[in-house]
Write a protein that binds this ligand. Structure first.
Ligand code: PTJ
Length: 246
């Protein structure tokens, strides 16, 4: 029987996310390795104050602008993202609009299918699956198998909670990458075009809000946000926050 987290608990939000990740594993959506990745994320979240900081908000604005500017944006979904924010990922797909694409590191056909089902049940309109017809260059893991009309052709890819290898490969293939990663020191954060250093569960509602705000704006407004953005400066601000212990 699942234990209820009392609302009064000082770390209620964090414990609810733990429940969601555990439920993801139980439902065959999240890899068992996803629990370890989540724990690492929790540690960084604690260090940034378990709140969306100004460096995250700046990255959310640039990331939203980049996704809206894209000719062919795609939202890549792994087992952790599908457990934590399936409805928000589906909503982003409808809003941009952009297809969602299942892409996982720890190879498993049943898990790919379970992720697809959870996204469809949460309102996703298009969920592409990995294929053997289209493969990414510069990468050897299971993540190289992509859909020919999805990640393979995309110019901007949203890849929350990524492993660094694919982020690097996508960049080397000339694509822009928007990621959400609580670790500002990770290879993903450092090689992404825009790294939102925040918990995915907090970043997604912010991203949805900013995409909705920027959508009706003139293209010059989005271009200005992208041009002014400096990922390395934003990562230095995130790292400074962690080191200051504020
Ligand atoms: O479903 P699969 O097979 O694709 O596997 C997904 C995981 C996440 C297990 C896989 O991609 C992996 O091993 O990732 P890493 O290399 O552990 O990187 C995950 C990164 O996400 C780490 O830098 C964590 O700090 C960060 N992270 C974990 N939870 C969150 C997070 N960032 C934002 N929000 C979170 N909730």
């Amino acid at each position: 029987m699942r234990e209820e987290v009392p609302h009064s608990h000082p770390r209620y939000a964090s414990l609810k996310l733990r429940e969601a990740i555990v439920a993801g594993v139980e439902q065959g959506v999240t890899s068992i390795h996803g629990l370890v990745a989540h724990g690492r994320g929790e540690a960084f979240d604690y260090l940034i104050g378990e709140a969306s900081q100004p460096f995250a908000l700046e990255a959310v604005r640039a990331g939203a602008a980049l996704l809206l500017q894209a000719r062919q944006p795609v939202i890549s979904v792994n087992g952790n993202a599908a457990a934590l924010v399936p409805a928000e990922l589906a909503a982003l797909g409808r809003l941009l609009p952009a297809p969602l694409e299942v892409n996982i590191f720890h190879a498993s056909r049943p898990r790919e299918q379970a992720i697809r089902e959870v996204l469809l049940a949460n309102g996703a309109e298009v969920v592409l699956m990995p294929t053997e017809e289209a493969q990414l260059s510069f990468i050897e893991s299971n993540r190289r198998f992509v859909h020919p009309d999805g990640i393979f052709r995309a110019d901007v890819v949203f890849v929350p909670l990524e492993d660094g290898d694919r982020c690097q490969a996508l960049r080397r293939m000339g694509k822009e990458v928007v990621t959400v990663d609580l670790n500002p020191l990770s290879r993903t954060a450092r090689t992404a075009s825009v790294a939102i250093v925040d918990n995915l569960a907090r970043a997604m509602p912010l991203l949805l809000e900013v995409v909705a705000q920027l959508r009706p704006e003139a293209p010059a407004v989005r271009e200005g946000l992208v041009a002014a953005y400096d990922n390395h400066r934003v990562l230095r601000a995130a790292e400074a926050r962690i080191r200051s212990g504020a």
